[in-house]
Design a protein around this ligand. Structure first.
Ligand code: SF4
Ligand code: SF4
Length: 370
């Protein structure tokens, strides 16, 4: 069953990639908040409260439908803590029913074998847990010691993909914990990533020397070529405290929809543009994607970086692919790209071939041109 689900996920991701290459007027990723309340109180977090009621199911379903009508390919439930929502499974089911990839960001505390099986049945595609340390402290209780049993249940029962994110930055007492968490995640067969804590404007707080060294070692943990870690030149610069020269397309290719149903650039730039989702149009998507954001150079919001990387690939495929291969070779001088990458380069890095094979791919994946 796991293999079939995995194959189905990969097929839908390929369709997503092909659509992102074709059109710049639909959101690639939207984060939506079904409940602002959280059962934890991490010291660095500005995205939760202790009192909010869940967004009513009918309202959530209407918002999911609106995102789907705008052509959104990935819909991520975040919070607060989304597993506190009593109708979580119905929301996930609607995301899948509307053809989007369904993902969930959780602190993992409420995961049980039954909860995991219910998410399987609802059709969840990916789940991400952030683990901040090995032993709980006054900054964060999202700790390996607290969550390890949940991770083994995920390894045992989950039919969806699991990503474990560890963190570095101000407030992290023991940077070595990120390596321990990353190793444990890979031992259990999960994807593991490392994020850098941002301040309350989504901006970088430079890493101390010991944290930078842990960051470099983390990047050398074994990953597949297709891991976003190899695409992610943003995180490389951030790890060194350097600005990134990029165009943030938040408000267009990435949307953040709060519990009140307003569209914001991201969780750290709320209020802009602050337009109700049910009034959001393709014109809004195009305008906000094109608008320069002054916060971009030191932004650490990696899911927005990732959507920007797809647009970079669409606009400059040759340079982007060469950059990925160069970064991989910097980590492993003996690296040779797999045959599939060679074939894809041959097909898509030449403009004439790209046009021809692009059309064939669109037909094979039954995509509409937009
Ligand atoms: S678990 Fe997540 S949402 Fe809750 S306080 Fe911690 S970082 Fe914030
Ligand atoms: S650059 Fe974009 S994603 Fe980053 S903080 Fe600013 S608006 Fe948010």
């Amino acid at each position: 069953m796991r293999l079939i689900r995995r194959f189905d996920r990969k097929l839908r991701e390929t369709r997503m990639f092909a659509r992102a290459m074709q059109s710049d007027s639909h959101p690639i990723l939207a984060q939506i908040v079904p409940i602002r309340r959280c059962n934890l109180d991490c010291a660095y977090c500005n995205e939760y409260d202790k009192t909010s009621a869940p967004v009513p199911l009918e309202t959530m379903l209407r918002r999911i439908d609106r995102l789907a009508d705008l052509g959104t390919t990935i819909i991520t439930l975040s919070g607060g803590e989304p597993t506190l929502h009593p109708d979580l499974d119905a929301i996930v089911r609607r995301i899948r029913g509307r053809g989007a990839i369904a993902t969930l960001i959780t602190n993992g505390l409420l995961l049980t074998p039954d909860r995991i099986r219910a998410l399987n049945r609802a059709g969840l595609d990916y789940l991400q847990i952030s683990i901040d340390n090995v032993i709980p402290d006054d900054v964060s209780k999202k700790s390996l010691r607290v969550l390890d049993r949940k991770l083994t249940w995920l390894a045992q029962y989950a039919e969806f993909g699991v990503t474990i994110n560890s963190v570095l930055g101000a407030g992290v007492r023991n940077p070595e914990d990120a390596i321990v968490v990353g190793r444990r995640a890979r031992e259990l067969g999960f994807i593991s990533t490392v994020g850098i804590l941002h301040d309350h404007g989504g901006q970088l707080q430079p890493l101390a020397r010991d944290q930078r060294s842990v960051y470099e070692r983390f990047r050398r943990l074994k990953t597949s070529l297709f891991s976003f870690a190899h695409f992610d030149h943003f995180q490389e610069n951030i790890g060194r405290g350097l600005p990134n020269d990029w165009h943030c397309r938040a408000g267009g290719r990435f949307l953040y929809v709060c519990e009140d149903g307003l569209v914001h650039y991201c969780s750290q730039q709320r209020g802009r543009p602050g337009i109700p989702l049910d009034q959001y149009t393709v014109d809004d998507i195009r305008r906000e994607a094109a608008r320069p954001k002054g916060c971009a150079p030191f932004c650490t919001i990696s899911c927005v970086h990732q959507t920007a990387m797809l647009d970079e690939f669409r606009e400059h495929p040759r340079e982007t692919l060469n950059g990925i291969l160069a970064r991989r070779r910097a980590l492993d001088p003996h690296f040779r790209p797999p045959t599939a990458v060679g074939v894809l380069s041959w097909l898509f890095l030449n403009q004439r071939r790209r046009g021809l094979f692009g059309k064939l791919l669109v037909r094979a994946l039954r995509l509409k041109r937009s």
